[in-house]
Design a protein around this ligand. Sequence first.
Ligand code: NDP
Length: 243
Amino acid sequence: AIDRQSAAAIVFGGSRGIGAAIAQQLADDGFAVALTYLGNADKAEAVSNSIRTGGGRAIAVRADSRDPAEVRHAVEAASRELGPLDVVVVNAGALRIAPLRTFPREDFDLLVDINIRGVFLAIQASMQVLRDGGRIITIGSNGAVRAGSPEGGVYAMTKAAVASLVQSLALELAPRGITVNNVQPGPIETDMTAGMIAGLVNRIPLRRIGKPCEIAALVSYLASSDAGYMTGANLTIDGGMVL
Ligand code: NDP
């Protein structure tokens, strides 16, 4: 069981949106939190300052998820400053949409690099220092379950890759008591989706867009010792959109 009062978590992509909400929630749960970011140092510092102001421990580390050396450096900094890791949340992601016929190859490469290769790099670097009994939580998408739009195919493909990976990784890490689960949000109000998702409300049975804190609440549960029997699961949280 994880003793949250002396436990440490790393959130890849914790400066904005869902990742920032997760970092704040895990800090509220008692975890010391390291969060990574790409370009928004000010926002990353604001999240870690807010955690420290609330009496928690937090550091922000710049690490491009696509760069193995930067990812390794972030994991080393986290475990050096906060202690051995108990929870790894891989949230950093990117979205590009276009019909396949015209989908730019550089956008394809970007999505694969961040949403697939970046997830692999973050997990591979972290699992060396993750404590037995720990948690790996990825942020996928409900797009992995069912096509949401004719233009979201490449993004959905990358998130389906993550949904697949957690199942094998759960098997690999089960002997160490480490659980591996993938959270699959539907439309959530963040910078990534600004101006894009209001029109989806009519396709959501609960008739509203989700909030980052609602995704963070599920991550909080998965990070807790109460969730110790759940592993290899793909958990869709989307107001019923893919039903
Ligand atoms: P945002 O665009 O609002 O935030 C993205 C976060 O990831 C930022 O902290 C950003 O850092 C970081 N990031 C992006 N690229 C990199 C990189 N190469 N290296 C390191 N950090 C990076 O996204 P959301 O909060 O909306 O999404 C978070 C996750 O949830 C993503 O994986 C997304 O695919 C997934 N998701 C989102 C949904 C939504 O409706 N919002 C729905 C389903 C899934 P910085 O601030 O420095 O740029």
